[in-house]
Unconditional design. Structure first.
Length: 363
C-alpha cells in the first residue's frame, strides 16, 4: 500500500482519520498512528492551551507521525495553528482560511502542510500556497462539505494538481480505499468510520444508532451553522433544520457556557458576534445550538436531543471494532479487492466483505 502519501508522511498505510473537532481526541489520534496510519487531532475551537496539552499527550501515546487540524475561521483557529507550529507538529491540516503562512513556518522545521478543500479553486490555491497535499471533501462527507461528489472531484483534481490528493467522503471500507486510489487519490481520510469505534468518544447510544442507519440517513443543510453541513439524521437535527425561529433565550443562556469553553470573556464574545451582521449572527446562533446538542452525544447520549456530524458512509459501517482491528480489516479488504480485480473475478462471485452483516435489507 505504498503511495505518495505514505512516502510523504512516513506511514505504513495511506489512511488518515479526519481531524474532527471535539471528536478526534489524543487517544484516537495515537491509535490510528500506532496502527500504521496518520492520526489527526481536531483542535476545533479549543483554547490554545488545551490544544498544546493535547499535542503533548499525543506524543506520550505514540512515537509515530501524527497531524493536527485547525479550522482557521473558527474562534481560536489562528491561535491553535500557531500552537501547532510552536510544538512542531509533523503534519498540519488547515481549513476555512488562507494557510500560506503556515506552510512557510512548518517547512522551516521540516513539517508538512495539508489543506482541506471542497472544490477545484480552493485546491489550486492550496497548491500555489505551497501545500504538500490536499484533503478533498466530496459531497458525501460529514460536517462541512462541498456540492461535488467524490467520484467527480477526485479525478478532476488529479488532472490539475501536482501534489497528492487525499480523498474524504464516502469511504468506510477497503473497497473505498482502492476506489479512491483508482480515481487518482494517494490516500483516504475517514471520519464517520473512525468515530464508530471503541476509541470514538461518542456515547454508546449514538454509536449503536449509527449501526442502524443506512446511506440516506443524514441531513445536508446550511441550517445548522450557516454553512452547508452534513449531520446524522436524528430528531434534534430534523427539528433544527425545520425550525423557522430559534429559541433566542436558550441560546443566550448557552452563550455563557461557550464563552467559558473558549476561555473568552463573555462581553468580548457577544461584541464580536454582534459585529458580524444579521446573517452571520444567525449562523453563530445556530452553531451555538449545534454545539450544545453535540455535547449530548458525549454525555447523556440523548438520541432525541443530541446530534452529531455523520457522512453518508454511515450506511457502510456495521460494527464497533478497536481502531487497531479496523485498520487490519481495511487493509485486508483492500488487498482482497486488488486480488479480485487482478484476477477479474466477477463481483457476484467474490466473497462479501461484511460477513457479519445480516442479509435482510434495512428499513
Amino acid at each position: 500500500m505504498k503511495t505518495a502519501i505514505t512516502e510523504l508522511f512516513g506511514i505504513d498505510y495511506p489512511i488518515l482519520n479526519a481531524g474532527m473537532g471535539r471528536v478526534a481526541f489524543p487517544n484516537m489520534v495515537a491509535a490510528v498512528s500506532n496502527a500504521g496510519g496518520l492520526g489527526v487531532y481536531g483542535a476545533g475551537s479549543n483554547p490554545p492551551d488545551v490544544t498544546r496539552a493535547a499535542i503533548r499527550e499525543i506524543r506520550k501515546l505514540t512515537d509515530k507521525p501524527f497531524g493536527a487540524n485547525a479550522p482557521l475561521a473558527l474562534p481560536n483557529g489562528m491561535a491553535n495553528a500557531k500552537v501547532m507550529l510552536e510544538e512542531g507538529v509533523p503534519v498540519i491540516n488547515y481549513s476555512m482560511g488562507k494557510g500560506d503562512w503556515i506552510v512557510k513556518a512548518a517547512h522551516a522545521y521540516g513539517g508538512k502542510v495539508v489543506a482541506s478543500v471542497s472544490d477545484v479553486r480552493l485546491a489550486q490555491r492550496a497548491e500555489v500556497h505551497g501545500c504538500d497535499a490536499v484533503i478533498a471533501a466530496g459531497y458525501e462527507a460529514a460536517g462541512h462539505a462541498g456540492d461535488i461528489g467524490s467520484f467527480v472531484l477526485i479525478p478532476r483534481l488529479a488532472e490539475l494538481l501536482n501534489i497528492p490528493i487525499i480523498a474524504a467522503g464516502g469511504v468506510a471500507n477497503g473497497a473505498g480505499l482502492v476506489g479512491a486510489l483508482a480515481l487518482g487519490a494517494a490516500g483516504v481520510s475517514m471520519g464517520t468510520r473512525f468515530w464508530v469505534t471503541q476509541e470514538g468518544p461518542m456515547h454508546a447510544n449514538f454509536k449503536n444508532k449509527a449501526l442502524e442507519l443506512d446511506v440516506q440517513d443524514t441531513i445536508f443543510s446550511d441550517r445548522f451553522d450557516g454553512i452547508p453541513c452534513r449531520q446524522m439524521k436524528t430528531a434534534a437535527a430534523e427539528r433544527m433544520v425545520n425550525a423557522k425561529m430559534l429559541n433566542v433565550w436558550e441560546i443566550f443562556l448557552n452563550s455563557f457556557t461557550i464563552a467559558k469553553e473558549l476561555k473568552t470573556p463573555w462581553f468580548k464574545l457577544v461584541k464580536h458576534t454582534l459585529s458580524l451582521g444579521p446573517r452571520q449572527i444567525e449562523s453563530m446562533m445556530r452553531m451555538s445550538k449545534m454545539l450544545q446538542m453535540h455535547g449530548l452525544t458525549m454525555s447523556t447520549g440523548d438520541l432525541d436531543k443530541g446530534m452529531t456530524a455523520s457522512g453518508q458512509s454511515v450506511g457502510l459501517v456495521h460494527d464497533l471494532p478497536s481502531i487497531a482491528e479496523l485498520m487490519k480489516t481495511l487493509i485486508a479488504e483492500a488487498e482482497a479487492v486488488q486480488r479480485r480485480l487482478a484476477a477479474q473475478i466477477p463481483l457476484n462471485e467474490a466473497p462479501r466483505f461484511q460477513d457479519k452483516v445480516a442479509s435482510a435489507p434495512r428499513t
